[in-house]
Design a protein around this ligand. Sequence first.
Ligand code: AMP
Ligand code: MG
Length: 400
Amino acid sequence: MISVKQARDIILGSIEALPQQIVYLEDALGRYLATDIVSNFDIPPCDNSAMDGYAVHCADVTEKGRLLKIAYELPAGSSPKGPFEKGASVKIMTGAPIPPGADAVIMREDTSEQAQYVTANKVPKIHQHIRFKGEDIKAGDTVLRKGSRIGPAQIGILASIRRILVPCHQRPVVAVLATGDEIADLDETLSQEKISSSNSYTLISLIREAGGIPLYLGVARDNRKDLAQKLSMAKKADLILTSGGVSMGDYDMVKDVMSQGGNSMEFWKVEMKPGRPLAFGTISNIPAIGLPGNPVSTMTSFYQFARPAVLKMMGAANLLLPVVCAKLVSEIKSKGDRPEYVRGMIEKKGPDLIVSPTGPQGSGILSSMARGNCFIVVSKDTTIVHEGDYIECEIFEGSW
Ligand code: AMP
Ligand code: MG
């Protein structure tokens, strides 16, 4: 059986970033840059004041109590009237350009003003409270790297350097098909024999959270005809995700569909818990991941395989969940035959990050997933992790 890394490498090896697309700045949040971004501007564009106060020549204020004439006033957004004489000052507002010759700003709180004069109650240090031209960004600097995620700070930088049109990659359309004779969609009546299709809605949400565009195909019954008919609606998709129907049962038909006609199946089964039954191949030449049906297996496999695929299509440089080390609060036992992704809750306690399993770990127990924010990754061949041991955790709750 192949490892998680081998399986992910095969999947990622068979997909490419989607074509580039120019996106308006306001719509770029959550996209990934298709090129490096170079600034044509110095930010700030000129030396300016970081405080409301008085621009001075430091050499004039060698001791506190110095009385300085106010040569003129300089509000933000206006230009200096020119140099000012020795022994004088310019009353300046935050953001206004530093007048020629000034080499410090004394903040208002450290002064007292009386009729055209100001007393400096502190001796200024050279260059204090001046924001220098280009100290944040210099013209010619690469300010953002290709493949980086565009979050609010990146949007701010793009706005600062007047990049209204942002080069990104297209967002993938990801088809979602749930399968199962016992699976009822939200518009079907439930009975004792049926269960609600939670996977449809976790998958739609996971795709959205990763930045993809979900295309929901509903629930297919466990027969080739219905599967083929529903999958024929996926022709415009960039990626197909199915849930269920990839195990050993007589009615697990997704593998069959992948092995038929022009379709293909590259691998089936990955060494992991939960989520061993997983099929990857193509359906109508579209990459297709047959995710296992148990709700936690579906989600775990999505995070390990489908999320990286969606991110790669969007041009992201970083495809994996963030990993941190945390101190285990209670012992975990594992069979040691395959790596185990234990649902956990990580939190800060004093100087430590601590993590505890969130309860029953059956692959159908979605509530312990909902209580968690990370996977505690128990490596293969590990049969026990002791309380107090440090262990790697993959964070899946983005807002954590
Ligand atoms: P399967 O591999 O198709 O036998 O699915 C395994 C189990 O996953 C089923 O017995 C269901 O309990 C569960 N399951 C499959 N599909 C869904 C779904 N769409 N929503 C929630 N649970 C599901
Ligand atoms: Mg099934």
